[in-house]
Write a protein that binds this ligand. Structure first.
Ligand SMILES: Nc1nc2c(c(=O)[nH]1)N[C@H]1C(S)=C(S)[C@@H](COP(=O)(O)OP(=O)(O)OC[C@H]3O[C@@H](n4cnc5c(=O)[nH]c(N)nc54)[C@H](O)[C@@H]3O)O[C@H]1N2
Ligand SMILES: Nc1nc2c(c(=O)[nH]1)N[C@H]1C(S)=C(S)[C@@H](COP(=O)(O)OP(=O)(O)OC[C@H]3O[C@@H](n4cnc5c(=O)[nH]c(N)nc54)[C@H](O)[C@@H]3O)O[C@H]1N2
Ligand SMILES: [Mo]
Length: 713
């Protein structure tokens, strides 16, 4: 029999007698849009379990499936324990442990050698999904002298931000609490943004209308949609133009907003005339009456907002223009910058708005070298107009072709080759790289190719600064000491800056001094934030009143919402771009018609599922137990025609690769389309995505619409 104390310990009840303490921290497994507050139950320096923090102003006690996996994630068996030096061949995974001192010395020597021989730009710096160290990393790179910084932003929400920046403002968030009609445009909140779901549930309970545009049946379409437009993937742009025509034909547009606050309306209205209901129904595969009804509700039951997914629409050949076409519907109906519409907000820190203007951009731009020398600078001018990072989809080619100069070293934080289309091209390109360093928590597939591997720690093992909407700032304290010899990324960067003797006193002082610089004027310092276990309200917080941005004029060349983008117009001739949000087929770049014949299926990859994020949780046993194998989702009708049964092995092929993977039959997606989750080491679907099938405006790859074929293996 257990004693009462033993029972209390087993039940993980905090108290002096049990020795179990609750430490407040945050989860950084998933997107910066969340980073939920965590109660971490710790005994003798070990984490027993985690729960959501009730007093946290953002997640208010909730956590998701992934957050609940924090303990298993942190204690993954492949945590890197010490800095490592490669002793085997690249990719083989043979390393010897070295000290931090030895690692810093070698990195300093090798990077400086490349810099002295070829120039600082020949050292390329990349980042994986993590955002938390970005400004410090960016500054470190510029202080080193290289202009070549890149991150997962090359494939993530940044293209959506670009499209709205060309239209009127960098970020246009949906004001769900004050809306009447909600258009969830490729929104599958239950899986990818769980904290947005409650707002939509509240709207439903208030009697608001909900339209969801998604080629797939999801919990969101099933629970909420008054109208579910289950269109063919990649045809959203045509739908948006068709809706615009209906709005104009029926006189549902907001004439005053159009007259006072928009630019290029005449040309836009002329263009949408081609998108008749018949034609749009034909392109999208939707019923005419559904398109009509959805448009009528959206345009006449205002205020209305559109919640666009972070990245789905832009991970397609026609993505940038699709997002613009959707935002134009908001402008057409005057649903921009008003309660219940889509409202501009400025990011304070790490993509999050908190009602305070920080010095994040100044912090790294102070040190910026000549950015016109960035890789692929001539290729994607719209991207480079707004972004201080190179479009990494061109990295493999840039290395191979020495374009625009030889690239000889890669420094990565969380660099993951599996994020990149045609992954093997990047691995092959390493033959031309003299030195590759990667930093990660785990011995990833990519780390095995590195010359030096550095062990970093998780959010529960470090202090980390973060802001939240509503004007909150949070500085966490480590819940446990960093495991083994791991360190936080920012400590690594600041120590290395000192070791390399970079001419950057602020960075050399460390992470906290830099936060104080960035947040100067917010009313609090790192010392103040550190005294609190939960986020603190910024004294300088100023909520933005809807209408302010419109009254002041938008940050576009015309100062108005641009149906016709003057930024894009600059490159109309040189780069064959269209200043209007014109629609092109998502396979308009096919080499010839044989491609469509040989690869008749549409491959969509990386539709979010609850138990993983990218490559991160596939190796966590608990997550694996939910979905033990990589799966290709196939519509039952297609499967029947091909003689494929549930659980059969299938050969999935594209012009750039092939893969054996198990079939999962479903009715959730449309016939003619297949879907596969990315990030598996044993079945890396990105090998099948071409690094040439890119959006011309942003350089984004076709993760959500590529050509493929399937047959029973
Ligand atoms: N086919 C397909 N590919 C996609 C997508 C898709 O939908 N389909 N989505 C794209 C999108 S939107 C994104 S954002 C990218 C994300 O792409 P990735 O960057 O590949 O994302 P992760 O696998 O989450 O993280 C990369 C690495 O960072 C490590 N890491 C975790 N925490 C830390 C830390 O604190 N410090 C450091 N240094 N490393 C850490 C992880 O262990 C992992 O090895 O993938 C893109 N790739
Ligand atoms: N669980 C989990 N959550 C995540 C992530 C994760 O990996 N796992 N990743 C995070 C990251 S980095 C990002 S960028 C965001 C991504 O978040 P989102 O961009 O919202 O991505 P999803 O939730 O995959 O996609 C939403 C819906 O878009 C639909 N869709 C696919 N193709 C099309 C299309 O052509 N048109 C339309 N209209 N809809 C389409 C899919 O069927 C899906 O139901 O999620 C974040 N949250
Ligand atoms: Mo992303």
């Amino acid at each position: 029999m257990d004693t009462e104390l033993e029972l209390r310990i087993k039940a993980k009840i905090p108290g002096e007698d049990t020795g179990i303490q609750i430490k407040k921290s945050m989860c950084s497994i998933c997107s910066p849009g969340n980073h939920c507050g965590l109660d971490v139950y710790v005994k003798d320096g070990k984490i027993l379990k985690v729960e959501g923090t009730k007093e946290h102003p953002f997640n208010k006690g909730c956590i998701c499936t992934k957050g609940a996996m924090n303990r298993d994630y942190i204690y993954r068996k492949d945590r890197i324990q010490t800095p490592l030096r490669r002793v085997g061949k690249r990719g083989e995974g043979k390393f010897e442990p070295i000290t931090w001192e030895e690692a810093y010395a070698e990195i300093t020597k090798r990077l400086n050698k490349v810099k002295d021989t070829y120039g600082a730009n020949s050292v390329v710096f990349t980042s994986g999904y993590c955002k938390w160290y970005r400004p410090y990393y960016h500054r470190f790179i510029y202080s080193f002298g290289s202009c070549n910084y890149s991150s997962d932003d090359c494939t993530c929400q940044r293209a959506t931000v670009l499209a709205s920046a060309c239209s009127c403002a960098g970020r246009l968030g949906p004001d769900i609490p004050h809306t009447q009609t909600y258009m969830g445009w490729s929104w599958s909140g239950h899986y990818s943004t769980y904290l947005s779901v409650q707002k939509v549930a509240d709207l439903k309970a208030r009697g608001g209308k909900i339209i969801i545009i998604d080629p797939r049946i999801t919990p969101s379409t099933q629970k909420f949609a008054d109208i579910h437009l289950q269109l063919r993937p990649g045809t959203d742009g045509a739908l948006a133009l068709g809706m615009a025509k209906l709005i104009i034909d029926n006189g549902w547009e907001n004439k005053e907003y159009i007259k006072e606050h928009t630019f290029g309306y005449e040309e836009y209205a002329e263009m949408v005339k081609d998108y008749t209901l018949e034609r749009v129904a034909d392109i999208t595969g939707l019923k005419q009456e559904d398109i009509y009804n959805a448009t009528r509700i959206f345009a006449t039951n205002g205020p209305a907002c559109a919640n666009l997914s972070a990245s789905v629409l832009t991970q397609q050949y026609n993505g940038f223009q699709t997002v613009r076409a959707i935002l134009c519907l908001q402008a057409l109906t005057g649903n921009i910058d008003r309660p219940g519409g889509n409202n501009p907000s400025e990011a304070t820190y790490l993509h999050r708005p908190a009602g305070f203007k920080s010095r994040e951009t100044e912090y790294y731009m102070q040190k910026a070298p000549d950015l016109t020398k960035m890789i692929a600078y001539e290729k994607f001018p719209v991207w480079y107009t707004y972004c201080h990072e190179f479009q990494a989809m061109y990295l493999a080619d840039a290395i191979q072709k020495e374009d625009p100069y030889p690239i000889k070293a890669i420094f990565g934080l969380g660099m993951n080759f599996k994020m990149y289309p045609e992954t093997n091209k990047l691995i092959k390109a390493l033959e031309k790289i003299d030195f590759f360093v990667n930093t990660d928590l785990f011995m990833s597939w990519t780390c095995k190719y590195a010359d030096i591997v550095l062990p970093c720690c998780s959010s529960l093992e470090r202090g980390e600064f973060k802001v939240y909407p509503g004007g909150f700032g949070f500085y966490t304290k480590p819940a446990i000491k960093p495991l083994y010899q791991s360190k936080s990324d920012t400590d690594i960067l600041c120590e290395l800056a000192n070791y390399m003797k970079l001419d950057d006193p602020l960075l050399c002082q460390g992470y906290e001094a830099s936060i104080d610089y960035i947040m100067d004027g917010c009313g609090l310092t790192v010392e103040d934030f550190k005294r609190s276990d939960v986020p603190l309200k910024l004294p300088a917080f100023k909520p933005t009143r809807p209408g302010t941005a419109t009254a002041n004029g938008y940050a576009t060349p015309s100062g108005k919402f641009e149906f016709y983008s003057q930024v894009v117009a600059t490159y109309e001739k040189s780069h064959n771009l269209n200043p209007l949000p014109a629609y092109e087929d998502c396979f308009a770049d096919d080499a010839d018609e044989n491609v469509a014949k040989e690869y008749p299926f549409l491959l969509s990859t990386g539709t979010r599922i609850p138990n993983t994020i990218h490559s991160r949780l596939h190796e966590v046993p608990w997550s694996r137990s939910i979905r033990p194998e990589p799966l290709i989702e196939i519509n039952r009708k297609d499967a029947a025609e091909l003689g494929i049964q549930d659980g059969d092995m299938v050969l999935l092929s594209s012009p750039t690769g092939e893969l054996h993977v198990k079939a999962m039959l479903t009715l959730k997606l449309l016939p003619g389309t297949v879907q596969m989750t990315h990030g598996y080491s044993e079945a890396n679907v990105n090998q099948l995505i071409s690094d040439k099938h890119l959006d011309r405006y942003t350089g984004f790859p076709g993760y959500k619409s590529s050509r493929c074929n399937i047959r029973k293996a």
